[in-house]
Design a protein around this ligand. Structure first.
Ligand code: DGL
Length: 281
């Protein structure tokens, strides 16, 4: 244990999808304090350019640093896809992302080596999963599909709605035609559509939700860096959003499956200006 160990873990996403990762981290490491930031005011990230997502990612991480975090989990595939290499150079603290964990699981689970990935437009266009999967399994066959409408459907709470079923059928048919045996849910919003996606793909296709693999990576990373919190008491989870707190709390409660008691608003642009200025002084 060292003196940073009781600092919080920072987790962020473009909005609420990263709560799938937060839940898994909190379940595995219940005594860790966590600060979660959902950038709902600027979501979705998946339809934006790489430069814009990179800028947002750096700002989100600066905000988490201002909260004194000891490590950061990028609980957003789009942010990982557009900026992981850069932020690893810019920020001097441990960083865990979702893409590596998803690729690890996919190659572990596949029997045929025929792997599909679904994600936002930005994630699929970046080719990040293809590189990650082929680096682990060079002979793998890789097929991807961008599913732009899934994020708004999840945020609308239409997890089992018939419209969502029809959209899923349309998006996933090409992956079915490729006869994949494993499908990576390459967006942290998608686990909420697991039923609908599973119904379309059929039971022979394994769906990979990387949240629990990410949680294991977080534990490993804290342990290697001697940062596991030695306190036995249950950790505190604090929520921040860049949009309406009321909306974030009510949808967040739905996503968490329990009420989100408190959330605070962050003026993310102003906060970052302040940080840049304080660094210049
Ligand atoms: N949850 C984010 C991800 O994993 C994407 C949502 C968005 O497009 O903002 O990619």
């Amino acid at each position: 244990m060292n003196d940073l160990s009781n600092r919080p873990i920072g987790i962020f996403d473009s909005g609420l999808g990263g709560l799938t990762v937060l839940k898994a981290v909190h379940a595995l490491l219940p005594n860790e304090n966590i600060v979660y930031f959902g950038d709902s005011g600027r979501a979705p990230y998946g339809t934006k350019s790489r430069e814009t997502v990179l800028k947002y990612t750096v700002q989100d991480m600066n905000f988490l640093l201002s909260q004194g975090v000891k490590m950061i989990v990028i609980a957003c595939n789009t942010a990982s896809a557009c900026s992981l290499e850069t932020v690893k150079e810019l920020f001097d603290l441990p960083i865990v992302d979702v893409v590596g964990a998803g690729a690890d699981e996919a190659v572990k689970v596949t029997k045929s080596g025929n792997i599909g990935v679904i994600g936002t437009g930005a994630t699929v266009a970046s080719g990040v999963y293809e590189r990650a999967i082929k680096a682990r399994m060079p002979e793998a066959e890789y097929h991807a599909k961008a599913c732009a409408l899934f994020v708004p459907l999840v945020e609308e709470g239409w997890w089992n709605h018939q419209v969502t079923g029809a959209v899923a059928k349309e998006y996933l048919q090409s992956l079915k035609d490729f006869d994949i045996d494993t499908l990576v849910l390459g967006c942290t919003h998608y686990p909420y559509l697991e039923n609908v996606i599973g119904n379309v793909m059929g039971e022979k296709v394994s769906l990979i939700n990387s949240a629990s693999a990410v949680a294991k990576k977080v534990k490993e990373c804290l342990s290697v860096n001697n940062l596991l919190n030695g306190d036995k008491a249950r950790g505190k989870v604090s929520y921040f959003t860049s949009d309406s707190v009321e909306k974030f709390k009510s949808l967040g409660g739905l996503f968490l499956g329990e009420p989100m008691e408190m959330a605070e608003k962050v003026e993310i642009d102003r906060m970052c200006e302040t940080l840049v200025k304080s660094e210049e002084q």
